[in-house]
Design a protein around this ligand. Sequence first.
Ligand code: ZN
Length: 189
Amino acid sequence: MKCLVCGMEINTNNYGVNNKGLLGENDIEHIKYCPFCGVDYKYLKTGGEVYSVCPQTLDKNTLLTLDHAMKLEIFNSEFYMAAAKLAKGANAREAFEALSKIERVHAIVHQKLGGFKELPKLVNIDYSKHKNDKSLMELAQNREIHATAFYEKKSKEINNLVVKEVLIALAVVERDHIQIASKLLTHIL
Ligand SMILES: [Zn+2]
């Protein structure tokens, strides 16, 4: 089975790799999400064609949006990586580690669609003023609210149907991430 959004092949060895970054955990009988980019199972197909575009055919607005989206995802992926190192409890750490990987895959999806040579390098931000897991998780939740709003707004503005579909799929993933953060904030942290 292949994910049409990120192109990854999903099999019995890898379906659970980022379970802590999914709203409901995948199990072998029910693979509900792509373990790599987090999209809904409706994008997982056997023998399907992975979404792709010819970057030269995209208009300026679409390319700018993909560039912005790629930077936003790297920014969030690096935040999660830093948060995983700062986290004191296993629940927060495991969620942050999985989310960092998922957001990085999103950045790579945008990179491929836009035909960008490399992923951006961002300045390292010091998040150590966030003294506990709750504070880090609240920041995560705010990041995800922002990302969801970004994808929802941009998906309405984009003409290219493939890029539009990818942005819609990722808007749902980021909305799931808001839920993951709020579940942890309410019940665990
Ligand atoms: Zn995927």
